[in-house]
Design a protein around this ligand. Sequence first.
Ligand code: DHB
Ligand code: MG
Length: 221
Amino acid sequence: MTNDAWESVDRYFSDLLIPADPVLAAVLRANQEAGLPAMDVAPNQGKLLMLLARISGARRVLEIGTLGAYSTIWLARGIPADGRIVTLEADPSYAAVARANLDRAGVAGRVDLRVAPALDTLPELLAQDAGPFDLVFIDADKPNNPHYLEWALRLTRPGSLVIGDNVVRDGHVVDPDSPDDRVRGVRTFLEMTGAHPRLDATALQTVGAKGWDGFSLAVVR
Ligand code: DHB
Ligand code: MG
């Protein structure tokens, strides 16, 4: 199998199952024009996030790592009109692009975008009693994934979902001696997830438009 074949299958699935969406296309264009790194989730993963939010009946969502808000918009579409997403972004220039995109998508009223390092905002959320969140999507700087998991556990309830993006690291996730902080962060995150008495989890590899990657999915007991 080649990347080309994976990509054409991704395109085939997406063309059939995910209607062309001028708003999301404009969002991706805006992100590109603003020079954001092309780390948005793929359309079929975005739709999976929307479906998981809907299937789980999520009303309150926490996203760690907004980037240009592409995944935020998918999540917003999966919650009821009176639901709420808190999304955390450390980079003010990314957040400015995200804000415009949330307006463009008509979901800004459902989204509370907080611009600061997530490890500063997460304790504030706990102090403000902002939880429990029904779904947490962890998609920020990977070295901090173990901390984000700990905060996710403090801010959720039994039955909440915790999803971790980008857990494959080009296959390096299996290397116990990796010097890469991102690999180490993801490995510790996965080890904590597997060993935690309050989490029941799996992880899946993905191929396609975004190359070889994957995500973890856990439910809080
Ligand atoms: C990386 C991070 C992401 O959130 C993503 O979607 C893709 C890649 C990275 O750290 O390389
Ligand atoms: Mg990601």
